[in-house]
Design a protein around this ligand. Structure first.
Ligand code: GAL
Length: 661
């Protein structure tokens, strides 16, 4: 549970003079900003010449903000090493998949594995931690900024060397690597680790194992970099440490947050794409269980850069976003950025204050958020998000598999977001959990789009089933091995034996005229699919038409006290969406999922609970159309203290209510 709710903004005092800072502080107080995040691009200000490090500018700003009731999250400035580091040093720079070496002038231009970079990054981190680590204004740390948001796997010489070491640790002998990757294909065969290339320029695609393992190598290295900064900071500061990440970046978020203290993310989802916003809240809450997450960056109105802009939020939406995030487990709601930039490549980006010091189009929304924050803070502090009955697995390892094998330009993020959104439409409260997340106390586990199901994951899921849980596997799950190859004992490896089913073959079902029938509904089937033998004992979904007429696309097997359900294919189109919801609803009803409401689409209910088990709902309209929900028993409005009777409750456009039972 949070002790307070933060309302913050990214602040760049190094870009302005003292007078502007005075004005900023005054305006921040008016807007209700109680935390500023600073420093992530300010390496030059801290170390203008190599070795001449002086953090006093920030010490000053932090103290001044603190005197005015504004706390600080301090960031390490490592996404932007200064010119003294980069000039005439191509060997220190990031190299992309085409072999192009990055130059100075943007961000993330250095290779984070370069040894000299690491040395310099550690030095600046240590100086900062020493200088500001014990200041009372510093309440948290952010490491770097959005790792791997613009870049992915680096192809420089240092990375090549580290890649070889990594492979040797993983495979021990080159023979084992050759065997695992099947390198006799296209005469790829290697005689030593030094011969294994990076997945750089090539006439056609690389071996899937090479590509996916390189992504894993890169994700591990960036997490190690984060770990090393955190370790240095901890020597000088007790303030908790985070990183501002997001789903599309080339990182393994579960691994990244392992050694950090709290989870945070940045989001610029548009209003139309609120599913993505909600999914992030439901996911980030679960990277650090029991610890509130932060929204470290979001726009007051519209995101933009020199090249493009998004549409501004409708008036009212920002407050809806803010209360939803607080209700779903957020401790902080912060903007990028405070004052519009007068230079650089992000001048058109939405902000709280314009470059000339006037309120922006989003300013009133910020005031509305602050008014709401003050009202709901006592309630949020007393309660926490209620655990869902349903868990959906989210995996950045799966994301990497999809990057290597996107089938038809598919990406894990959109597949999972669409799937997730069905739970929202059904009014079912849900937890998105990382692969290693505990399954304790859930009733239903969904594992969609996880090409490789690890032994560890399967073991946990089977234990869950044995003790009574229902595990729904697929679509597109289980068909690949750890090495990103195809199983040779059965299409789905060990899963088939455990579930007592037989997968016959796999192929793309799109456009084949195959229609899936299950639970009284029908819909076209699509995507790379697994077809099961028709077996009276296990069949729940059959295929009509196409290449596999009469076979099964869905099976159900009793295992221990629970069930394993395989969904081999994705129902598509509008009928498909309806069938997927039917499937979810069927198993939610069967397993007596109770954290669920009949709220209308576009409005959401976030259930919360206090220490005595007293339950509440935070109801928020997010589409500006208003909505309604049935209140199951007499309740009370937490904010007005008025009685709310057990009947249909209407919610106005962007309105929020807190009802307690
Ligand atoms: C984020 C980044 C910020 C800013 C923002 C603009 O990705 O961390 O520095 O660029 O996007 O939307």
């Amino acid at each position: 549970m949070a002790n307070k709710l933060y309302h913050g903004a990214a602040y760049y005092p190094e870009l302005w003079d003292e007078k502007v800072m005075e004005e900023d502080i005054k305006l921040m107080k008016e807007a209700g900003i109680n935390v500023a995040r600073m420093g992530e691009f300010a390496w030059h200000t801290m170390e203008p010449e190599e070795g001449k490090i002086d953090i006093s500018f920030f010490v000053n700003v932090i103290n001044k903000l603190y005197e005015n009731g504004i706390e600080t999250v301090m960031c390490t400035p490592t996404p932007t090493p200064p010119i003294w580091f980069t000039h005439n040093h191509p060997e220190r720079m990031y190299v992309n998949h085409e072999g192009k070496v990055m130059g100075h002038g943007s961000r993330q231009h250095a290779c984070t594995n370069n040894r000299y970079f690491r040395k310099k990054a550690n030095e600046i981190t240590e100086h900062m931690a020493k200088a500001v680590g014990s200041l009372p204004g510093v309440i948290g740390w952010q490491i770097d900024n959005e790792f791997k948001c613009h870049v992915s796997e680096c192809m420089c010489e240092t990375c090549l060397e580290l890649w070889h070491q990594w492979l040797e640790e993983r495979y021990e002998t080159i023979e084992q690597l050759n065997e695992a990757w099947g390198t006799k294909i296209w005469s790829e065969y290697y005689h030593s680790f030094e011969q294994v290339p990076q997945p750089g320029p090539a006439p056609f695609l690389h071996n899937s194992s090479l590509s996916t393992m390189y992504r894993q190598f890169s994700m591990e290295k960036i997490a190690e970099f984060s770990d090393s900064q955190a370790e240095i900071i901890r020597q000088y500061s007790d303030a908790p440490i985070t990183h501002n990440s997001n789903v599309p970046f080339s990182v393994d978020n579960e691994r990244l947050f392992e050694k950090l203290d709290f989870a945070s993310f940045d989001t610029y989802a548009t209003q139309e794409n609120k599913a993505s916003y909600l999914m992030n809240c439901d996911l980030w809450r679960n990277f650090k269980k029991g610890r509130d997450f932060w929204i470290m960056e979001t726009s007051t109105s519209n995101a933009a850069s020199l090249e493009s802009y998004a549409s501004p939020h409708a008036n009212g939406y920002l407050r809806a976003e803010a209360i939803v995030s607080y209700a779903l487990g957020g401790e902080a709601f912060c903007y990028w950025l405070w004052r519009q930039q007068r230079a650089g490549c992000e001048q058109p980006h939405g902000s709280v204050i314009s470059a000339w010091g006037k309120p922006t189009v989003g300013f009133q929304s910020v005031l509305d958020v602050e008014e709401m924050r003050k009202k709901v803070e006592p309630f949020m502090v007393e309660t926490k998000p209620k655990k869902a009955d349903i868990a959906i697995t989210y995996s950045d390892q799966a994301k990497a598999f999809f990057q290597t094998e996107p089938h038809q330009q598919m990406d894990f993020r959109s597949l999972v977001t669409n799937f997730y959104n069905h739970f929202v439409s059904l009014g079912i409260h849900r937890d998105m959990i990382p692969e290693k997340g505990s399954l304790q106390d859930y009733k239903l586990l969904f594992t969609p789009f996880l090409p490789y199901i690890s032994d560890e994951y399967r073991k946990q899921a089977v234990d869950f089933v044995n003790s009574g849980g229902t595990w729904i596997v697929g679509p597109l799950s289980g068909g690949r091995t750890k090495e990103h190859t195809v199983h040779t004992n059965a299409a789905l490896g060990k899963l088939e034996e455990i579930a007592g089913i037989e997968a016959l073959y796999t192929y793309p079902m799109d456009g084949t005229g195959s229609v899936g029938h299950a639970f009284g509904e029908r819909a076209p089937l699509g995507l790379w699919s697994t077809v099961f033998e028709y077996d009276e004992k296990t069949v729940v979904g059959t295929i009509a038409g196409g290449n596999s007429d009469g076979k099964a696309f869905m099976t159900e097997s009793k295992v221990g006290k629970g069930k394993i359900v395989h969904v081999g294919s994705l129902p598509v189109g509008e009928e498909g969406d309806s069938l997927i919801r039917k499937i979810i609803d069927h198993y939610a009803t069967e397993t007596e999922v109770s954290v669920r409401t009949d709220v209308t689409s576009g409005t959401i209910v976030a259930p919360r609970i206090d220490d005595d088990g007293k339950q509440s709902w935070v109801i928020v309209n997010m589409d500006g159309q208003g909505g309604s929900v049935t209140i199951p028993k007499d309740a009370m409005d937490v904010l007005t203290k008025e009685k709310v009777s057990a009947e249909r409750l209407d919610i106005g456009p962007y309105e929020y209510r807190i009802i307690s039972f």
